[in-house]
Design a binder for this molecule. Structure first.
Ligand code: COA
Length: 260
């Protein structure tokens, strides 16, 4: 897998994707969005990969937003299409992936960068990270799900204030808001993300995927999350993972899951 703006490694069932445009603070241009889609699609189908960690290259930025130079001259139709395609190819795609995706926010996560982190299943941040949705300062609004996912994570009032002021919050504030789960020194960020991934991969990949689906159902329009939970709970009973997990418990040994 070779990508212009991504570096990918796979080790011990954990894939790490580094967005690698440091001279532009890893800003998301369309080529990078397309590459991320391709990479995540391939990794999501790879049974050897049980967790994906997404981070930015360098010490300054996770992603400093969508690439402003690319859309500065867009028309109404082009702007609409940009957001629509972004949702489909990347933001909704990650959110609905069965493989857990952890955002390791190693610096600025602004605009599309914070929206990307919010599309991931959860977030950890380095202590130098700064987060915000500054789009209204450019005369536009967040277009990659920011107006929806930020209030889900931090509450409506805080989201309103963050979006309307176009301000940035620190990593500690983000933790206090519930936007990130943990804050660690930058040098420890990836190892910390790996330590969480290691806890996840001890569990049934099938059950983890179904848990993601059921949790997401709470936020999806027209879906009854409780019904989806019941359905997915039932599906687990037909898997080898369930047989193995319950058998291993009763035999007082560690389970060996196959993800099916
Ligand atoms: N789109 C395109 N290019 C971007 C970018 C973005 N979102 N964010 C940063 N860059 C580029 C800069 O243009 C600059 O490129 P250059 O060296 O070719 O001029 C390079 O990345 C470094 O950024 P710079 O602004 O010089 O760094 P800084 O440390 O002074 O400031 C930020 C850092 C993050 C505060 C500043 O880059 C910024 O405000 N970026 C835009 C944030 C934003 O509005 N994002 C939402 C977009 S929807």
């Amino acid at each position: 897998m070779n990508y212009e703006n991504l570096l990918i490694t796979i080790e011990n069932s954990i894939a790490t994707i580094v967005i690698n445009r440091p001279s532009k603070l890893n800003a998301l241009n369309i080529a990078t969005i397309n590459d991320l889609h391709k990479a995540i699609k391939i990794l999501g189908k790879n049974k050897e990969v049980q967790v994906i960690i997404l981070t930015g290259s360098g010490e300054k930025a996770f992603v400093a937003g969508a690439d402003i130079s690319e859309f500065a001259h867009f028309t109404v139709e082009e702007g609409t299409q940009l957001a629509f395609q972004g949702h489909e190819l990347l933001f909704n795609y990650i959110e609905n992936l069965k493989t857990p995706v952890i955002a390791a926010i190693n610096g600025f996560a602004l605009g599309g960068g914070l929206e990307l982190a919010m599309a991931c299943h959860f977030r950890i941040a380095s202590d130098n990270a700064k987060m915000g949705l500054p789009e209204v300062s450019l005369g536009v609004i967040p277009g990659y799900g920011g107006t929806q996912r930020l209030p889900q994570l931090v509450g409506k009032g805080r989201a309103m204030e963050m979006i309307m002021t176009a301000g940035m919050i620190t990593a500690d504030e983000a933790k206090q808001y519930g936007l990130v789960n943990h804050v660690v020194p930058q040098t420890e960020l990836i190892n910390f993300a790996i330590s969480i991934a290691e806890k996840i991969i001890k569990n049934s990949p099938f059950a983890v995927g179904r848990a993601i689906k059921s949790i997401n159902a709470n936020y999806a329009e027209g879906k009854n999350g409780y019904e989806i939970e019941i359905k997915n709970f039932g599906r687990c009973f037909g898997t080898g993972d369930f047989t193995e997990g319950t058998k291993a418990f009763l035999e007082k040994r560690k389970p060996v899951f196959k993800g099916k």
